[in-house]
Design a binder for this molecule. Sequence first.
Ligand code: APR
Length: 229
Amino acid sequence: MKHLVVLTGAGISAESGISTFRGNNGLWENYDVRQVAYIDSWYTNKALMLDFYNRRRRQLQQVKPNEAHLILAELERDFKVSIITQNVDNLHEIAGSSTVIHLHGELTKACNESKTEVIDIGFNDITLGDKASDGSQLRPFIVWFGEAVPLMETAERVVRSADILLVVGTSLQVYPAAGLINYTAKPIYVIDPEPLHINHNGVTLIREKASKGMELFKAFLVKGKPLST
Ligand code: APR
């Protein structure tokens, strides 16, 4: 089976009702992204950080995978599919994808402050005073700006073994994740409604929302249909 490696970002979950990060004037549901996405903010305002991620976790209960997530899961019939996602939602897993690498963490998990202990919390809130077993405040298992991305090496290895790289719904502005496209010399397909300028040879842009773009891409991969809309 050919190995299809898929790098996803916030855009793949947009049609499920989860806002993207950029393109909303830096606001995420009225929070300033800069205040809730940096490790420094954790040390200055834990209550705000916990509140933000508690809200996002609760929202996860209301949303469902869309056609794009579902098609990616379906493609496992014909391809070995590895998903590398920057998303902290669990919509790929709910859609049925079996190999999902969460580069930036997972909302349904919590960890101690040194990130050495990770626990499943499902959709439950984390509140100030909830302690990990080492006595530190329990925190969301999220990779904030200023923190290491421990799964990068794994992701690089997976991209190197790709026969095809598909990129869906990411502005490719955040490193190191955005640099992953440089680990393959194989064809790269990008699904995004915006005209992304990607500095890389061999990129085919499919300018569609994720669900429509995935339908076209599946017909192309499985039935050899042209990628035009
Ligand atoms: N279908 C596909 N793509 C879409 C859709 C849609 N329906 N709607 C928007 N997009 C595209 C946008 O055009 C943009 O290129 O999705 C992309 C979303 O980009 P960002 O908001 O920057 O999200 P992402 O690339 O995932 O952000 C990377 O930055 O804030 C951090 O850690 C956070 O993981 C996140 C990382």
